[in-house]
Design a protein around this ligand. Structure first.
Ligand code: HEC
Ligand SMILES: [Cu+2]
Length: 418
């Protein structure tokens, strides 16, 4: 029985392996694969990978073939006398030392060359982006443009981008599998990473934290939009602008002349160019793999029938009693200068919130402000909904003062921050 089933079992095993390999190769696009190589950096690393796999395969096939031949040809047979005993073979030993040494040299030269190339400082005209890792979200600063944003990167295609990698707390790791990385963000140390997105790929890429950094490590994602240089210029110009304040013009009597009349006119003029031009990637075109599907935690509800009033929301969020200003900044609002949380100046132009965990829409924003600590475990932001339990203390939140109506107002205001 054994002699019959063994070859059959081997055939089955071999077939399974082959089928699995074929299935993997034919499966639809892998959006987070390192093999697509959309940058010079990933292509350089990819060449090294191909070389290693190629040489490794040759060595594997050669060694395994010899092994199998030896096992079959020199197996023990009935009535066979003991074989002649030998010790040492200088020629053979020199050969099997020299060949691996040669292979290692062939691998070492391009490897070292790639290390030197990718470790060298980036071109001086590169786009500079400072990445700061926070538990558990990403801060992106574009110092050449005066921009601070969070969790979504815009990169112009065909231009080298140089990332300065820092962390505000523990070690994180910056990784966009299709573009480059991963490189660590180390406490009290600055790392660098640069690459040039291909001049033809206009696309959306997922980014991840690739170094365990605490409770919500898996919820620390980001997104990269590679856009044309013109779109980038337009995005950057808009992103650098302060938020348009809703509540600037004091309700002065209309008859009081030029000053009151000019304020609304200026707002219109300011808003016009941004609506005409590119301010964010068309959300309807973001592929499914980059749209979060995180379920809403059980038990967290919001009265969806409420209608928010943006002006009341602006007042609420900027009031010292709201606490929001302790951690968040809104450029153009002198009350909002906090740096512990994401910059909210243009939050409505981002497609996600909370480190890529939820889509950026009214429903998720409302639930977020109501009880962020339930929406994303471990975070610094407090639970603000009236009567809500703070999961970190297990007690009603000390900051749980906002009614659903007040939260709806704040969200209505946040949604004006395009
Ligand atoms: C103690 C600091 C703190 C306070 C106070 C605070 N937040 Fe936050 N907030 C954060 C942090 C930190 C995050 C990011 C959490 C994450 O994604 O891990 C955040 C995220 C957010 C986000 C999502 C932003 C994005 O781009 O992901 C919104 C919206 C927000 N907060 C609104 C508010 C509002 C409104 C208030 C006041 C009612 C407030 N926050 C008060 C710390 C704070
Ligand atoms: Cu992490």
């Amino acid at each position: 029985m054994g002699t019959h089933s063994r070859p059959r079992r081997l055939t089955t095993a071999a077939l399974t392996v082959v089928l699995a390999a074929v299935a993997a190769a034919c499966a639809p696009a892998h959006p987070n694969s390192i093999f697509h190589n959309h940058t010079d950096f990933n292509r350089d690393v990819g060449h090294l990978f191909d070389l290693l796999i190629g040489l490794g395969t040759v060595v594997f096939v050669f060694v395994e073939t010899l092994l199998v031949i030896t096992l079959i040809r020199f197996r023990k047979r009935e009535g066979q006398p003991a074989p002649t005993q030998t010790h040492g073979n200088a020629k053979l030993e020199i050969t099997w030392t020299a060949i691996p040494a040669l292979i290692l040299a062939v691998i070492a030269v391009p490897t070292v060359r790639t290390i030197f190339k990718t470790e060298a400082p980036a071109a001086s005209d590169a786009l500079q982006v400072t990445v700061t890792g926070h538990q558990w979200w990403w801060q992106f600063d574009y110092p050449q443009y005066g921009i601070t944003t969070a969790n979504e990167l815009y990169l112009p295609i065909g231009r080298t981008v140089n990332f300065t990698l820092k962390t505000a707390d523990v070690i994180h790791s910056f990784w966009i599998p299709e573009l480059g990385g991963k490189r660590d963000l180390v406490s009290n140390h600055t790392n660098y990473l640069w690459f040039t997105p291909d001049s033809v790929s206009d696309d959306v890429f997922n980014g991840f934290c690739a170094e365990f950094c605490g409770t919500s490590h898996a919820n620390m994602r980001f997104k990269v939009f590679t856009v044309s240089q013109a779109e980038f210029a337009s995005w950057a110009k808009h992103e650098a602008e302060p938020a348009v304040a809703l509540d600037t013009a004091p309700a002065a009597p209309a008859a009081k002349g030029a000053k009151a009349a000019s304020a609304p006119a200026m707002q219109v003029a300011q808003a016009a160019p941004s609506t005409e031009s590119f301010v964010s990637y068309d959300r309807s075109k973001i592929p499914a793999y980059a749209v979060p599907e995180t379920p809403i935690p059980a038990g967290l509800t919001f009265d969806e029938s409420l209608k928010g009033h943006p002006v009341s929301g602006e007042k609420l969020i900027s009031a010292p009693t709201s606490m929001c200003l302790a951690c968040h900044a809104i450029k153009g609002n002198p009350m909002m200068q906090g740096v512990l949380g994401p910059n909210l100046t243009h939050i409505a132009s981002r497609s996600t919130i909370a480190g890529g965990l939820y889509p950026n829409d009214a429903r998720h924003l409302e639930l977020w402000i109501k009880n962020a600590r339930v929406m994303k475990p471990g975070i610094l932001m407090y639970t603000f909904g009236q009567g809500q339990i703070d999961p970190q203390t297990g007690k009603p939140s000390d900051y749980g003062k906002l009614t659903d109506q007040q939260i709806a107002d704040i969200v209505a205001y946040l949604q004006t921050l395009k």
